[in-house]
Design a protein around this ligand. Structure first.
Ligand SMILES: O=P(O)(O)O[C@@H]1C[C@H](O)[C@@H](CO)O1
Length: 291
């Protein structure tokens, strides 16, 4: 095997990813089928995992560390509603200084561990003026703003064993899973806070100016965040089923007559108040999905 770190600009080789996955599996008896990436302040879902085995990212030499508040930096293996899962309590963001491929590298590792379905959650700003803080948004589609401007996660040499050179991204967010989540949200009485829409990724770490927020709305975005898209693109490239859901933690300013400015503390505070709703949807979805 090539030495780890001896890589093209597209990151670890296929064999290296397999080796990282095999090494992680030596720490746990579990064999996950569903991977869940928890957004800022949304890692509490891990408390619902039965027979949990926890691996800290610093036990995995090839994993970056989580440097953002609200991202614990742990892999949690076990059963969620009877389904074998691995949860990432803490994701990596481009603005932390990691190259795009490294941000999404855990998704390839999950696939190499046997995961076939990826659930991604995030905290996001509401761009659609009809949304409210505390709403949930099923991601129907995304806009890869970094990708459109030359920072696509798949830039670099392509190994066809990961997926095709020119992958389609239409239908990235699985329609059956979106419909199931809608059914579940009606059953749980969440219809008034459940939305569906388009998530746009910005590089961050700056929150948007008013002019930028207006631009994002013109682009057709309903919610804005700093994650999720590279993970979803790598998952789709690798043939995984993807489900994504955002918690709207703040509304972006579309109007100059505002004095309020989003802060990460506000994002985490809303996360703390409303994460339970998002977690209920995700755990019921996992319970009822086929794996
Ligand atoms: O990891 P996610 O996308 O949930 O984190 C959001 C975006 C930024 O990292 C941070 C801003 O408060 O929260």
């Amino acid at each position: 095997m090539a030495a780890l770190g001896d890589m093209s600009s597209s990151g670890y080789s296929f064999d290296e990813i397999q080796s990282i996955a095999n090494n992680i599996l030596t720490f746990t008896k579990h064999r996950p089928k569903v991977g869940i990436i928890c957004g800022s302040g949304l890692g509490g879902l891990a408390d619902q995992v039965d027979d949990a085995e926890v691996i800290s990212y610093d036990q995995i030499p090839e994993f970056p560390v989580s440097t953002v508040a609200g991202h614990a930096g742990k892999l949690v293996f076990g059963y969620l509603q009877g389904k074998p899962v691995v949860l990432m309590r803490g994701r990596f963001h481009y603005y932390e200084g990691y190259p795009m491929w490294k941000v999404a590298m855990p998704v390839r590792v999950m696939k190499a561990m046997g995961v076939g379905t990826l659930v991604v959650t995030n905290a996001a700003g509401g761009v659609n003026p009809e949304f409210q803080t505390g709403d949930l948004m099923i991601i129907k589609d995304h806009i890869d703003l970094p990708g459109l401007t030359g920072e696509c996660v798949l830039i670099g040499r392509n190994d066809e064993r990961f997926g095709p050179r020119f992958p389609a991204t239409v239908g990235t967010y699985d329609e059956d899973l979106r419909n199931l989540a809608k059914t579940i949200s009606v059953e749980l009485g969440y219809n008034s806070i459940m939305r569906e829409g388009t998530y746009i990724m910005i590089g961050g770490p700056t929150f948007e100016t008013v002019a930028e927020s207006r631009l994002l709305r013109t682009f057709g975005a309903d919610a804005v965040g700093m994650s999720t898209v590279p993970e979803a693109v790598v998952a789709k490239h690798g043939g995984l089923r993807v489900f994504g859901i955002s918690l709207i933690t703040d509304m972006v300013a579309l109007d100059y007559n505002t004095t309020r400015a989003t802060t990460h503390e506000e994002v985490l505070a809303v996360g703390q108040k409303r994460a339970g709703d998002l977690q209920k949807i995700v755990s019921n979805l996992v319970a009822r999905m086929t794996v």
